[in-house]
Design a protein around this ligand. Structure first.
Ligand SMILES: [Zn+2]
Ligand SMILES: [Zn+2]
Length: 361
């Protein structure tokens, strides 16, 4: 029997979201229906509402979620009703050239559920990032579900499904931060703070946080920044060089994704160091760097897509480190709100008042 549930829908460009009744079909082959317990409010949800991703309205928003598997479709193995799971954007295929070479974290042929969820009049919904979890229940591909220890609690666990994983992964997977490294992070919102937490987890000795907001720099300290630089009043390149014996940081992470911050990150890096771009640029942005500097300074310029994470490998590990008290995921949850509060949560996020508002069911 298809389920009728409440969900947050963006019906048209830039219009406030509304809570609607939607229809979630029974899971087909390879699919699962998940009863959502918590879902974080992310900039990407607002970006969908604003028409910044595409125009496939109506969108079913929400994508940083954890919950309990309710039903699985034919052919699903390794997942059953009652399992506590974190949802991810991308079920890996196991067959593409990346998967075949043993690098499923780069899978080039990821998939979501085949069936569509709809409004009660039959209008098909576009789920945000293939998830759509501001909903009492949602339909996903079974491979989008990763089982983790339920002791973590849903509000904390769900955040690993997107921004927090992107930040931690930018440091530990893409940046390869290791013991003794110096690390600088530009932009101290959810993703940047997660990169700071990841750098600390990996054993970085010096972690330099850069932002325009003193309040965000305070948050960064709470996550493990050893030094902070307000780039509104101080040249961040000079400051980072000064804090690293005149050399620059071993790994510099740009969690903003603007040409200005990228160029600063490029020159704030030590010779043979690594720049990681995890902030998401817009289509019109361009960079202009002397190619001789790209060559002469050596090292690596990398992009981090979803923190180069492999959910089946990274989610359970990070949840276990959280449960051991070694990764403070709870600090990302600024407030818990209801399904009717998403629009207000967007406003708070836009003002920079919160790291994450989390909708709990
Ligand atoms: Zn997100
Ligand atoms: Zn693949």
């Amino acid at each position: 029997m298809p389920h009728e549930v409440k969900a947050v829908v963006a019906r048209e460009k830039k219009a406030p979201v509304s809570v609607e009744t939607i229809i979630v079909p029974d899971p087909g082959p390879g699919e699962a229906v998940v009863a959502i317990q918590a879902c974080g409010v992310c900039h990407t949800d607002l970006h969908y509402r604003e028409g910044g991703i595409n125009d496939d309205y109506p969108f079913l928003l929400g994508h940083e979620a954890a919950g309990i598997v309710e039903e699985v479709g034919a052919g699903v193995t390794g997942l059953e009703p009652g399992d506590f799971v974190i949802l991810n954007w991308r079920a890996v295929c196991g067959q593409c050239r990346a998967c075949n070479r043993g690098r499923p974290q780069y899978c080039f042929n990821t998939h979501n559920a085949t069936q569509k969820m709809t409004l009660t009049d039959g209008t098909e919904l576009s789920p945000a990032l293939g998830i759509g979890a501001f909903a009492e229940k949602t339909l996903v591909a079974a491979g989008q579900c990763t089982k983790v220890d339920p002791a973590a609690g849903a509000a904390v666990a769900g955040l690993l499904g997107c921004g927090v994983m992107a930040g931690i992964g930018a440091a530990i997977n893409t940046g390869g931060v290791t013991r003794g490294d110096s690390v600088a992070v530009f932009g101290c919102g959810g993703v940047g703070d997660a990169a700071i937490a990841g750098a600390r987890l990996a054993g970085a000795e010096k972690i330099i946080a850069v932002d325009l907001s003193d309040r965000k720099l305070e948050w960064a300290r709470d996550f493990g920044a050893t030094h902070t630089v307000n780039s509104g009043s101080t040249d961040p390149i000079e400051a980072i060089r000064e804090l690293t014996g005149g050399n620059g940081a071993d790994v510099v992470i740009d969690a903003v994704g603007r040409p200005e911050t990228y160029e600063q990150a490029f020159y704030a890096r030590d010779l043979a160091g690594t720049v990681v771009l995890v902030g998401v640029p817009t289509p019109e942005m361009r960079i202009d760097l002397p190619l001789l500097d790209v060559f002469g300074r050596g090292g690596a310029l990398k992009s981090s897509w979803y923190g180069d994470c492999l959910p089946s490998r990274d989610f359970p590990m990070l949840i276990n480190l959280y449960l051991q008290g070694r990764l403070d995921l709870g600090r990302f949850v600024t407030e818990k709100v209801g399904l009717n509060d998403v629009e207000e949560a967007f406003a708070k996020m836009h003002r920079g008042d919160v790291l994450r508002s989390v909708v709990v069911f």
